[in-house]
Design a protein around this ligand. Structure first.
Ligand code: SAH
Length: 205
């Protein structure tokens, strides 16, 4: 099932990076979803993980990961641990992943799943990701897996030179994946495909 997922949903749709295809073949997605939806774990869609949240569609996980140009030297910040599935893919392809989740129960569950799979290069935090995680920055890559209205500046300030940041951002009642690249003198922004993510929770003060 997992091989079929990789071929039909990823390779055939243009995901080319062999390292990403291998990582997606290795990580058992069914362990990241509730038992009620396990039978759909390798299907071409997001699935509910409780608390009104979802695990992203495999293609979107691969697509976003590909844009981050990861390698084993890179340090990644992820906002929105959710099921921990995307976290596992990042951990397979980078040096270290820092991941923040606002819902305690989800953070706990993801931590348990990822520990059982013996990932040693992930650090978890439960709390509001809107401020990033300054202490361990700057990051070579930042991935936000919930949709903000606008991108808080904190994230770009925690991104390294030559780093990439990918975020599903609101645009005219839709969402679009935006890819930011930071260089010494400027930040460039590229708009990619339309997507649908749950909103990034912003606590009002
Ligand atoms: N990458 C996840 C997708 C989870 S959905 C996966 O593959 O399973 C997005 C997640 O972002 C949800 O779990 C939600 O609770 C979390 N989230 C929303 N607002 C947040 C915030 N301000 N800080 C941290 N996490 C947040």
């Amino acid at each position: 099932m997992i091989n079929e997922m990789v071929i039909t949903q990823l390779t055939k749709r243009g995901i080319q990076d062999q390292k990403i295809l291998d990582a997606m073949s290795r990580v058992p997605r069914h362990l990241f979803v509730p038992s009620t939806v396990k039978e759909f774990a390798y299907e071409d869609r997001p699935l509910p993980i409780g608390y009104e949240q979802t695990i992203s569609q495999p293609y979107i996980v691969a697509y976003m990961t590909e844009k981050l140009n990861l390698n084993r030297q890179k340090k990644v910040l992820e906002i929105g641990t959710g099921s921990g599935y995307q976290t596992a893919i990042l951990a397979e392809l980078s040096k270290f992943v820092y991941t923040i989740e606002i819902i305690h129960a989800l953070s706990r569950r993801a931590k348990k799943t990822l520990r059982s799979l013996e990932y040693k290069n992930i650090k978890f935090k439960t709390g509001d990701g809107n401020l990033g995680w300054k202490e361990h920055g700057p990051y070579d890559a930042i991935i936000i897996t919930a949709s903000p209205k606008t991108l808080p500046n904190t994230f770009l300030s925690q991104l390294s030179n030559n780093g990439q940041l990918i975020v599903p951002i609101h645009k005219n009642n839709h969402q679009i994946l935006a890819l930011y690249t930071k260089t010494k003198n400027e930040i460039t922004r590229e708009e990619l495909i339309h997507v649908r993510f749950v909103p990034l929770i912003t606590k009002t003060v």
